[in-house]
Design a protein around this ligand. Sequence first.
Ligand SMILES: [Zn+2]
Ligand SMILES: [Zn+2]
Length: 181
Amino acid sequence: MTVPKAEVERRVRRFVETCRRSGLKVTHQRTEVFRELAGREDHPAAETVYREVRRRLPSISRDTVYRTLALLQAQGLIRKTQVLRNEGRYDANAEPHHHFVCTVCGRIEDFESPALDELPLPPSVRALGSVQSAHVQVRGTCSACAGREARGGRDGKTEQGEAVALGGRVMTLERKGDRDE
Ligand SMILES: [Zn+2]
Ligand SMILES: [Zn+2]
């Protein structure tokens, strides 16, 4: 669940440079909120970011953390990648990547796929508007939850995967029995 230290530092450096270029003040609090996000792979909710940043900066308020996340998102420094159970989840991974979402525990994992990066979008997407980026979201049951289900005596049911390309339409892909064991 943690990003290698060198990668965190690289993300923070890029964050500082991007802020400077766009005239956004690089405050200690903003940097710490970003650093918390940059060090995690679990796409945390704002409340989790607040809880963790407060350990290092006890004086930071919940309001500041929430506003900082919204600001960084508006500046394109982080992405709100997913809303699960009415809760926005944030992502500081700026490299092209896709998401596996566990519909049982809400865990969101990154994965890379050059083939999916090249996914041809149908013309109907362009009719809807201009496309900035696209990513695929695969939904299913993570192996930890699948293990719990199996131990609970239920057999592995066929999973239905769903892929969503952002910036346009929703596509549904049927994926039967391709779950990693
Ligand atoms: Zn899960
Ligand atoms: Zn991600």
